[in-house]
Design a binder for this molecule. Structure first.
Ligand code: SF4
Length: 246
């Protein structure tokens, strides 16, 4: 068995604790208008490749020493890693049995019951929360937020180190009322929960050109450091724990 990979990134320090390898699995059920990795939205495209599970595991073996001395491990990212459920499960099971620390970055769109045994093996889960309004969510990601909102408390109940990540995009959710709604909703369901605000950036635009796709809307703009500080303070006012891995 195996699956489609976009990239294997060793010595990653932004995707969890310690020194990690981030495996970018291809495929995503969403089409976020600001996506920085549009090549990860589909499994088969010129920027992805098929990899056997054994081949990936062999490549990770040489990194074990770095994981051990830094408290690091492997982070599954994407795209949306849960889209390739069998590939994710095989890698997770093998690495977990070897005592490797595991983390997952997810957009929250998955069948929870099918995935729960795999999720339960994650030490840390980064869970994206983009907008509370279902119609705005659908307009800018291609899907409403119902399943995402249902799955978040279920994932929290599994007990991983949960970090809710909000991509902050002015013109989408980068305003007081949208973010305040997210903080309130999260504080009600995961009191004291960890939250990370990730500012929108335009670094992925070259990939859109390479793929021959239209660029993200010009109406999307980058929040200022002052605005981010103010919104982080707003999250803390709700009792949330503001973290940063960047
Ligand atoms: S969930 Fe992430 S990978 Fe998927 S379309 Fe949105 S930003 Fe891109």
């Amino acid at each position: 068995m195996g699956g489609y990979l976009m990239q294997t990134q060793h010595f990653s320090v932004n995707d969890g604790e310690g020194i990690r390898t981030t495996l970018f699995l291809a495929g995503c059920p969403l089409r976020c208008a600001w996506c920085a990795n549009p090549e990860g939205q589909t499994c088969r495209n010129p920027m992805t490749r098929w990899a056997e599970t054994e081949e990936v595991l062999r490549e990770l073996e040489g990194q074990r020493i770095f994981y051990r001395f830094s408290g690091g491990g492997v982070t599954f990212s994407g795209g949306e890693a849960t889209m390739q459920g069998d590939f994710l499960r095989e890698l997770t099971d093998a690495l977990y049995d070897d005592g490797c620390s595991l983390a997952l970055e997810t957009c929250g769109v998955f069948d929870f019951d099918a995935l729960a045994p795999t999720l339960a093996k994650m030490d840390q889960i980064f869970y994206d929360l983009k907008h509370l309004d279902p119609e705005v969510h659908r307009k800018y990601t291609g899907m409403d937020n119902k399943l995402i909102l249902e799955n978040l408390p279920r994932v929290a109940a599994l007990g991983p180190d949960l970090v809710v990540r909000v991509p902050v995009v002015k013109g989408f959710n980068g305003d007081d009322s949208s973010l305040e709604a997210i903080f309130r909703w999260l504080a009600d369901r995961v009191p004291g929960g960890k939250i990370e605000l990730l500012p929108y950036h335009r670094f992925g635009e070259e990939k859109y050109r390479q793929l021959g796709r239209p660029l993200p809307p010009a109406s999307f703009t980058v929040p200022s450091p002052e605005e981010l500080d103010r919104w982080r303070a707003g999250a803390a006012d709700h009792g949330l724990t503001v973290v940063s891995y960047r």
